[in-house]
Design a protein around this ligand. Structure first.
Ligand SMILES: Cc1cc2nc3c(=O)[nH]c(=O)nc-3n(C[C@H](O)[C@H](O)[C@H](O)COP(=O)(O)OP(=O)(O)OC[C@H]3O[C@@H](n4cnc5c(N)ncnc54)[C@H](O)[C@@H]3O)c2cc1C
Length: 384
């Protein structure tokens, strides 16, 4: 498809945010939408490398509310978008092994219950009873919510892209944005290779690369790319079909069923920022050994695959929604490692913002870019 000379809006980045925004802008009746993705396929950035987890269990009201809007959109996805996304409600079971996390878990459950999310607070005994295959002698508390679970990220991106295209949006892979033209504080054009698209509206959905796109417009965006990695195993017949998404919170270690085997990941707290997406084999060994201590049957498992991707981390682990000091330059990025699940509502909110100038579905105006300069940070605790 040829790159057009003009657009009413150019979306930079074809992960879940860009795909969802393209669809929701088209659904709002916007014409001449162009989505540019640098890779050969959509959704091969953070979205395609993520664990596919979706949860209501957060520690801040705004994140719980984002889930309350977004997860039902994933439940309705097939009806609305015409694409099955394989939503499996296996539940998330978060385990606390120290007093600080246990106290925080209690507060989180109170908040979630107040907002209508029926998360259960578990004792250490309950955790052990739920997870007979695992060794959690040191568990002192846990939380479980049965509607948390797993969704297929590639299906969500593919569904939104094709639904957006049916409504007239142009989605172009192999189209890297190399520059933005700004004059008198207003976006004028987007450069991609030799082509120039005249436009007065750019939406930055470049995920871990959002800071780089910001620099092109002269906008400082505090999003840092941090590598995260995981591996999957061959089939493990002992793992029951209803095995939950288990998070050993203190070690940032997690397990969930993937096919007939498991997906196992662990966040390296000493990882330094950067765009390297190669697996750190040394840390994979640490991950494997730590996982075996929790789930001894993994000793007999063989690795089926492994990969790394980038978290898009902001100073308060919350996303950035809205405009900037450059007129026409908007941002929807920085979901800090839990954005896949919020992609549906995030795209809808940005469509509302671009078309109507305000967020109607949910007020996320406190998650603006200016909060970092003005010191209005809202810290999320449930980051894995
Ligand atoms: C290992 C891992 C596990 C995760 N697990 C979960 C999970 O279980 N649940 C969850 O909700 N979230 C999870 N996340 C986080 C989630 O993946 C992200 O928050 C979300 O996918 C971000 O979507 P995005 O569209 O902003 O970014 P991306 O999917 O990265 O999309 C940005 C796109 O912009 C493109 N791009 C960049 N620069 C340019 C340019 N110059 N021109 C054109 N295109 C450009 C990139 O190629 C990319 O495709 C995980 C992330 C990782 C890395």
């Amino acid at each position: 498809m040829e790159i057009p000379n003009t657009a009413d809006v150019v979306i930079v980045g074809g992960g879940v945010m860009g795909a969802s925004a393209a669809y929701h802008l088209a659904k709002c009746g916007m014409k001449n939408i162009v989505l540019l993705e640098k890779e050969d396929y959509f959704g091969t950035g953070a979205t395609g490398r993520c664990a596919g987890g979706v949860r209501y269990q957060f520690s801040t009201e705004i994140n719980v509310r984002l889930s309350l809007e977004s997860l039902p959109m994933l439940e309705r996805f097939r009806d609305e978008i015409g694409q099955d996304v394989n939503y499996r409600q296996c539940g998330y079971l978060l385990v606390a092994t120290n007093e600080q996390d246990a106290t925080k878990f209690k507060h989180n459950v109170e908040l979630q219950n107040r907002l209508g999310v029926q998360t259960q607070l578990l004792s250490g005994e309950d955790v052990r009873a739920h997870l007979p295959l695992m060794r959690f002698e040191d568990a002192i508390a846990g939380t479980f919510h049965h509607k948390d679970g797993l969704v297929d990220p590639n299906s969500v991106v593919a569904g939104y892209i094709s639904a957006a295209q049916k409504l007239g949006a142009k989605a172009l892979p192999r189209a890297e944005v190399t520059g933005l033209r700004v004059r008198h504080g207003q976006v004028q054009a987007v450069e991609t290779g030799d082509a120039v698209i005249q436009t007065r509206a750019v939406l930055n959905t470049a995920g871990p690369w959002a800071g780089v796109i910001g620099e092109m417009a002269g906008v400082q965006i505090p999003i840092v790319p941090i590598r995260r990695q995981m591996f999957t195993t061959d089939p493990l017949k002992e793992i029951p079909e209803d095995f939950p998404f288990v998070i050993d919170f203190g070690q940032s270690l997690y397990f969930h069923r993937e096919g007939e085997g498991l997906l196992v990941g662990m966040s390296n707290q000493n990882e330094t920022p950067g765009f390297d997406q190669n697996v750190d084999e040394e840390f994979e060994l640490v991950n494997f050994e730590t996982a075996i201590e929790r789930l001894p049957l993994l000793e007999r498992a063989s690795r089926a695959s492994h990969w790394a991707g980038l978290y898009e981390v902001t100073p308060d682990a919350h996303p950035i929604f809205g405009g900037s000091h450059v007129s026409g330059f908007t941002i929807c990025a920085g979901f800090s490692g839990h954005g896949f699940m919020h992609g549906p509502v995030a795209g809808k909110l940005m469509a509302e913002y671009i078309v109507d100038g305000r967020f109607s579905t949910l007020d996320v105006s406190m998650l603006d870019l200016a909060r970092f300069e003005e010191g209005r940070l809202i810290k999320e605790y449930n980051v894995v």
